[in-house]
Design a protein around this ligand. Structure first.
Ligand SMILES: *Cc1c(COP(=O)(O)O)cnc(C)c1O
Length: 629
């Protein structure tokens, strides 16, 4: 069935969640753009064909570095224009929080392209700091060290200070301060010190508990005063330069942002009034991404834009500073989700449709010799219509239950059971169809429709590539990458290839609600590719090796005037690498396989020649991709 492209785009809500990065071309293929204003585009199906020629197959991850840079531009631009609009007397410095996506390519892109925007980096652990330190960054930019720290963490941070970087050690726990003072005096460097304040204000959404009185991080008011006292005592109060807070990720409501800023700005002003020259205010992360495109405060959305966020931060700090008559601080953000979500697209192919009902209703022959319950199910099938379907459907459920009872008592055969199942599901399908046309009944039969929905087997692991869908029911936009000039006529849910029954996606983005099924095209065995979008934040690093599925094939795409360039291809994990994560050794596996084969030769069950061949074949699996090919 031919369809208007706009209608299909609407079905999937591209314009709501895509932030201008995605569109559909005349061929009905999905196209990626480097920014919302740049109409150059790359046809994802063409990219897939190119990669196929290089023997890089789905499932795979496409990375668009231009989108990373554009998001950084957008964030910086929003703050710069807010600073201008409100005549704010401070500057803006963005930092990229490394935990959101620590991949080298991502971090390097931010620091390289970020030189023009004074973009820095935020680390929350020793390994992140270790990796970040060796990167070149803009001389004006900052490196923020968050997270709990021991002596060796602080020593490593001070190495960065000696290297000439603006490393800010943020005190999360009062005990860390002593170590910072002691080590910096011992080494003879002047550290930059920040304090993380525990706010009374909370965020909103899933990560609400990261803020508020019982938060895991941050100093209480009396601890802040203690920090100041100890620094004064050591004549180091000039080192105190930054006030930090972070009230949680994906803050869905702008009101919570404003409240937190108001409170933190007061804390800043009161400290500043004590003649302490704190000159940076770090407002943390939490800038929300509108995954479902609804622009609401629901958990997978946010009710504000990037510009509104920037305006509120700048304006609120300014008004508190005016009120308290203190200078305005430079502003730092640690937004990570907003910067990285859009740049990565997961491409997975559909392998099969898993049928709930297998068997044709027409082929079921029922006669009077059949058990009564089967005859009655057949009668229901024949007689069901738009007026009686509710009653017939309930009768069918009773008969089906009775049929299984009879089967368990040994009273009916496997053939009877098969007939009964086919007849029962036929009644269900007809019921769903009648209910669909009956507006008053739509909700009543939602569960039935859900049961009848096709299940498409999708070649990827939710645990490896989409952990937040499994762990916290987060929504991600999903849609076909081609056939978009045809109306999707099937309703389906997705199952992944792990053996885990939790490996299912049955919640999909919708403007007003959450959809329980996704509109897809009928699957007849020909190649069918789906894209899973906005997965660039947290998913890659939090994914796990359930069933030993490994990393995905990956390609980096730069969009040009005439099409695109594939600038990097990284083959995904193979069986050899995958088993090593569970501490097997390839050589040892090969050796024990060989010993088992030799044993069979000794017993005369296998020829030596065949045994060698088996060993050779086993060995060749070492380089096999972990997904279905
Ligand atoms: C996780 C984290 C961030 C990033 O938050 P986003 O919601 O991804 O912007 C920033 N700062 C700190 C301290 C964090 O723990």
């Amino acid at each position: 069935m031919k369809a208007k492209l706009e209608e299909v785009a609407q079905t999937y809500g591209i314009e709501n969640w895509g932030a201008g990065y995605f569109s559909i071309n005349k061929k009905g293929h999905l196209v990626v753009h480097p920014s919302e204003y740049d109409r150059r585009g790359a046809d994802i199906m063409e990219i897939l064909e190119d990669l196929q020629r290089r023997r890089i197959q789905a499932p795979l991850l496409l990375r668009f570095p231009q989108i990373l840079v554009n998001q950084m531009k957008k964030l910086t631009g929003a703050f710069r224009s807010a600073i201008k609009e409100f005549d704010y007397n401070g500057r803006y410095y963005g930092v990229f929080p490394m935990k959101v996506n620590p991949r080298r390519e991502v971090v390097e892109e931010f620091l390289r392209a970020g030189r023009r925007y004074d973009f820095g980096i935020e680390v929350g652990s020793k390994p992140e700091l270790y990796a970040a330190l060796a990167n070149e960054q803009a001389s004006d930019s900052v490196m923020i060290c968050n997270g709990f720290k021991d002596e060796s963490y602080i020593r490593l941070a001070l190495l960065g200070t000696e290297l000439g970087k603006n490393v800010v050690i943020v005190i999360e726990k009062i005990g860390e301060l002593e170590t910072v003072i002691q080590l910096s005096q011992e080494i003879g460097v002047r550290p930059l010190i920040g304090i993380r304040v525990k706010l009374y204000s909370k965020g909103s959404g899933r990560w609400e508990k990261s803020g508020g009185e019982s938060a895991k991080f941050g100093l209480t008011t009396s601890e802040i005063l203690e920090v100041i006292r100890v620094l004064r005592e050591n004549e180091m109060v000039d080192s105190l330069r930054l006030l930090h807070f972070h009230i949680g990720s994906q803050i869905t409501s702008i009101k919570r942002v404003k409240n937190a800023i108001k409170e933190a700005a007061r804390v800043y002003a009161k400290i500043r009034a004590m003649k302490i020259n704190i000159d940076y205010m770090d407002v943390g992360g939490g800038l929300g991404v509108d995954y479902d495109g609804s622009k609401t405060s629901s958990e997978s959305s946010a009710n504000y834009t990037v510009q509104e966020f920037a305006n509120d931060v700048v304006y609120t700090i300014k008004s508190v500073c005016e009120d308290e008559d203190v200078p305005e601080p430079n502003i730092i953000t640690e937004s990570g989700r907003m910067l990285t979500s859009y740049h990565a697209v997961l491409v997975a192919n559909i392998r099969a449709e898993i049928e709930t009902v297998v068997g044709e209703y027409e082929s079921v022959k029922v006669d009077d010799d059949d058990p009564q319950v089967i005859v009655e199910l057949k009668d229901l099938c024949m007689g069901i219509n738009s007026k009686n379907y509710a009653e017939y459907y309930h009768d069918a459920i009773e008969h089906k239950d009775e049929m299984y009872t009879l089967f368990n008592l040994g009273l009916i055969s496997l053939e009877d059971r098969a007939k009964g199942e086919i007849l029962f599901w036929e009644v269900c399908e007809r019921t769903a169809k009648y209910a669909q046309n009956d507006k008053s009944m739509i909700d009543e039969y939602e569960e039935l429709r859900q049961m009848l929905a096709a299940k498409y087997l999708c070649n990827f692991s939710i645990f490896r590539s989409l952990p937040d869908s499994w762990a916290i029911d987060q929504l991600f936009p999903i849609m076909p990458l081609h056939k978009l000039d045809k109306t999707p006529t099937e309703l389906a849910t997705l199952v992944d290839i792990t053996c885990d029954s939790d490996g299912v996606i049955d919640k999909f983005v919708d403007l007003k609600d959450i959809k329980e099924t996704l509109e897809l095209h009928p699957f007849k065995g020909e190649p069918y590719f789906l894209g899973i979008f906005l997965i660039g934040a947290y998913q890659e690093v939090m994914g796990s090796g359930h069933n030993l599925f490994g990393s995905l094939n990956e390609a980096h795409i730069v969009i040009e005037d005439e099409g695109y360039l594939i600038t990097k291809v990284v083959p995904g994990g193979n069986l050899g690498e995958s088993v090593e994560t569970a501490r097997y050794e390839r050589a040892a596996l090969q050796e024990s396989f060989g010993e088992l084969a030799a044993e069979q030769v000794k017993r005369g069950r296998l020829s030596a020649e065949r045994a060698n061949e088996l060993c050779r074949q086993y060995e060749s699996y070492v380089s096999c991709y972990t997904y279905l090919s």
